[in-house]
Every structure is written in C-alpha cells, then in structure tokens.
Design a binder for this molecule. Sequence first.
Ligand SMILES: C[S@@+](CC[C@H](N)C(=O)[O-])C[C@H]1O[C@@H](n2cnc3c(N)ncnc32)[C@H](O)[C@@H]1O
Length: 228
Amino acid sequence: MNIGARLFRNVVKSPYRLLRTIQRSLDPAYRLQHRANSSVGSAIPRDRVQLLEQNPGQSSDRECRLLAYLAMEADAAGAIVEIGAYKGKVTAWLVEAAEKAKGKARVISIDPHIFGTWEEYQNTVQKFELENRGLTIHKELSHSLGESWQEPISFLLVDGSHEYEDVVTDIEDFVPHVLPNGYVVFDDARGEVYPGVTRAINERMRTRSEFDEVGMIKNFAVFRRKAA
Ligand SMILES: C[S@@+](CC[C@H](N)C(=O)[O-])C[C@H]1O[C@@H](n2cnc3c(N)ncnc32)[C@H](O)[C@@H]1O
C-alpha cells in the first residue's frame, strides 16, 4: 500500500478507533473484563494459569478469567456457588481464585453429571486437590439443594439446566441469598440459542430492583446486587 493510501486509511480509521476506545472505556462490562484480565494475570502465576487452561470444559479461557476475578473479589462472608460444573474447568479456576480472595471464600459446586462427566470431573478435582482447598461437591440437581438453601452467597454462577423452568427455579432458589455487592453470572445468555435462559433472565432477573445489570460479556449476562 502506498503512503497516500496508508495516510487515508489512518485518517479514516483513527476517529473510529478513538470513538470505540471511548465507548469501551465507558462500558461497565468491558471495564470488568479488562480488570479481570489484568488482576488474574498478576494474582495467579503464569504456569498455574497454563495448567488451569488445559482442563477440559465449555468455558473459554477469557470467560474463566472473568469468573476467577469475580471469585477473587467475593466476600468471604458468603460462599461461591457454581451450578453446572461439567468437567470441572471453572470449578478449578474458582477454587484457585478464592484462595487469593481476602479471607478465602469457600466454593460449592453442584451438578448431577447427567452427561456422564462425573469421572472427568473427579479427575480435575484430584489433579488440583480441590477438596483439600475448600471445595464442597454436591452430585445432585440444583433444586434438591436450592429448595432448602439458607447460606449467604457471595458469587453465583448459573450454568446448569438451560430449560426455562429450571433457570427460573435456580433464580428463585439461590438469587435471594446473594449478599450485597455480590455478582450473579448466567452463561449462554446471549441471543436465542437458549431461549429458556434469556426468557428466565428477562422475566425473573431483570425485574429485580435490588440488582444492577452490569452487562453482557461474551455469552455471560452479569448482574450485581446493590450495596446494602
Ligand atoms: C453447560 S454445562 C456447564 C459447563 C461448565 N460451566 C464449563 O464451563 O465447563 C451444564 C452442566 O449442568 C449440569 N446440569 C444440568 N441440569 C442441572 C441441574 N438441574 N442442576 C445442576 N446442574 C445441572 C449438567 O450435568 C452439565 O454438566
């Protein structure tokens, strides 16, 4: 490309890039992801991050960093609750991050392993010695625990059943126990791939005035309970 064309391209692109940078710096969801990337990078050693990233799972490395950051920020007065653990990739990240949190929050992981993932989940648990590091495992449906749930929650990840009725039940069972300033993240909440998830969030989460919606990050819908 000649100099004239290059100059023209930069003049055209620069204002656009500038605008995008300004827009992003004002977007709370983008700022949260940005903070997550830098905080996790400085709190967890690189070789450890690489090991965690090698675990099998459905969440991307970027998504895991965001979840780890929210676990690091979690109030130790409540538990970190994961609904839908699959092969344990996120579980391992949450435990690793919770250890870096002030006061060490404990992690509760709930999954009946209906897709035959119990063995691989157990491999991850053993490889990272998660049960010696504050993890409690419940191999059951979220509602079996949720219907009588009493414990305060500092960070809730909802990624279990994606059926409308089940997501509604997860919201009704667990969300009222989220502490002030605590985060709630729903996976697979973008678009209409999982209509049950988006409908449940629209009807039962966006209507809760005690929560602010931080925004959408990748496939996550992120909410935060207002300060007390
Ligand atoms: C999308 S996967 C979770 C992926 C995981 N977060 C990851 O990133 O690797 C959904 C999981 O939810 C579990 N599940 C399905 N119904 C559930 C329920 N009612 N309660 C808890 N977990 C459930 C499934 O067994 C499955 O392992």
